[in-house]
Write a protein that binds this ligand. Structure first.
Ligand SMILES: *Cc1c(COP(=O)(O)O)cnc(C)c1O
Length: 458
């Protein structure tokens, strides 16, 4: 008999969860102005809002916390993290930052000017925010296959080389400070980028004299997919694959809250020393001195340990199989999903779930609210609200995909929780025809509105 899936860890400490009734949840979501970010965490039973900073640290990471060095300059914790980053990514230079968007802020302050073009694969929202804030333009060059949720394609995060070359050809290279490869591609559904594609993008960028920067939050999950899906990588270790991936780039921004399995942290890693020096000035201004950059010594220790654990095959195998377990329960029930399953999340296709809802009524947000009401499950909209308004015309942008993301925190929930989440969604799926109206926006911020948007029932 083939041995079944089982987690590669056991549990040493638990955190109680609170259940609630439907009528309590109805009152709470109304008070939250129908924005799930406004809920208190005690009002949530299974929290799949994000896998960012919500993972469970290991006993070894907690031990590392105890021996953190809080010296202002030159702390041992800084050197421990520098060594871990160098060992795992191959980049010789690094700057700590308090999270991923801070890394973007520092690096983009160094590299991006007004009217620049930054091509890439479906830039993450904070990445796009930091580009547009500087009056530059994020050009999405993701392959067309990514927007067809039913299509099985092993590397839906790939960059379309023709779209990319068009940007390179039609613009002077001074206007294009970098191309950003997001691994895995969060916005297109936690979908990986193949090594072949990374290599080809890198070769093309070199030819045109343009830098390659990785938005690397889930680089280890990306490596897991390369190992399991791309010919020639089966016998390579995750660490070998990671080193090869980064060998094609000039640097990376990292949200350590993802694949480094910590609750807070980020960094920039770079190949070029002069770029590192330029970025250091902004790091000191925005984050802190270059040997701590917004992080405590103990937290840098936890990131270093987390990077080693996060690039172990068993850690990744446990995680990605748990995500796929939730996905297969939903798929068997016929719930429309983004296929294949993503690395960190399952994405429900809200346009196919609620096909009769007009786009102005935000199908994905409507579905996310229904899932909360049904089982106290918190998810997040990846659709028109997140897509925000066009910075020039101020019109609402309606993306091709209206998705509800079920992001699974690392090492946090059991497969029973996954079964509970699946049952909640399947219940809503069975009564989907009774959901005939959605929501309208009553208040929104000028940029990155989804965090604070307020809505009302139509
Ligand atoms: C989370 C994330 C970021 C931003 O990182 P924070 O730590 O949340 O600031 C950037 N890019 C991607 C792909 C991410 O998933």
């Amino acid at each position: 008999m083939e041995l079944p899936f089982a987690e590669s860890y056991r549990i040493k400490m638990v955190e109680p969860l609170r259940k609630s009734s439907r009528s309590e949840r109805e009152a709470w979501i109304k008070d939250a102005k129908y924005n799930l970010f406004n809920l208190k965490s005690e009002q949530v039973f299974v929290d799949l809002l994000t896998d960012s900073g919500t993972g469970a640290m290991s006993d070894r990471q907690w031990s590392e916390m105890m021996i953190g060095d809080e010296s202002y300059a030159g702390a041992t914790s800084y050197y421990k993290l520098k060594n871990a980053i160098n060992t795992i990514t191959g980049f010789p230079h690094f700057l700590p930052t308090h999270q991923g968007r801070a890394a973007e802020n520092v690096l983009f302050s160094t590299l991006i000017k007004k009217d620049n073009l930054i091509p890439g694969n479906a830039h993450f929202d904070t990445t796009k925010g930091h580009i547009e804030w500087r009056k530059a333009i994020a050009v999405d060059c993701t392959i067309d296959e990514a927007s067809n949720t039913t299509l099985e394609h092993p590397f839906k995060g790939n960059i379309d080389l023709q779209k990319l070359e068009k940007v390179f050809k039609e613009n002077p290279k001074e206007r294009i400070p970098m191309v950003i490869i997001t691994v895995t591609c969060n916005t297109s559904g936690g979908q990986p980028v193949s090594m072949e594609n990374i290599k080809a993008v890198s070769e093309m960028a070199r030819k045109y004299g343009i830098k390659v920067i990785f938005d690397a939050a889930r680089f280890a999950e990306n490596a897991y997919f390369i190992k399991n899906r791309e010919a020639g990588y089966q016998d390579k270790s995750i660490r070998e694959i990671v080193l090869e991936m980064f060998s094609y780039g000039d640097g990376m921004t990292m949200s350590s809250k993802k694949d480094a399995i910590v609750n807070m942290g980020g960094f920039i890693a770079l190949r070029d020393e002069s770029l590192f020096r330029e970025a250091s000035t902004f790091n000191i201004m925005f984050e802190g001195f270059i040997t701590y950059g917004g992080m405590s010594g103990r937290d840098m220790n936890a990131v270093a340990q987390g990077l080693y654990e996060g690039t172990e095959y068993d850690t990744l195998d446990t995680r990605i199989k748990q995500v796929a377990y939730l996905g297969s329960l939903l798929r068997e029930a016929g719930v429309p999903l983004q296929m294949p399953f993503g690395g960190h999340a399952i994405f429900v296709d809200a346009k196919r779930f609620l096909p009769n809802l007009p786009k102005e009524q935000f199908a994905a947000q409507t579905l996310a609210i229904e899932l909360y009401l049904e089982g106290g499950v918190r998810t997040v909209e990846i659709g028109a609200i997140l897509a925000d308004r066009d910075p020039v015309t101020r019109e609402n942008r309606y993306p091709k995909l209206e998705l509800v993301r079920l992001a699974i925190p690392r090492r946090t929930y059991t497969n029973n929780h996954m079964a509970y989440v699946a049952a909640s969604i399947i219940n809503v799926w069975e009564r989907r025809n009774s959901i005939t109206t959605g929501y309208t926006i009553t208040r929104e911020a000028p940029i990155m509105r989804h965090f604070t948007v307020e809505l009302d029932k139509i």
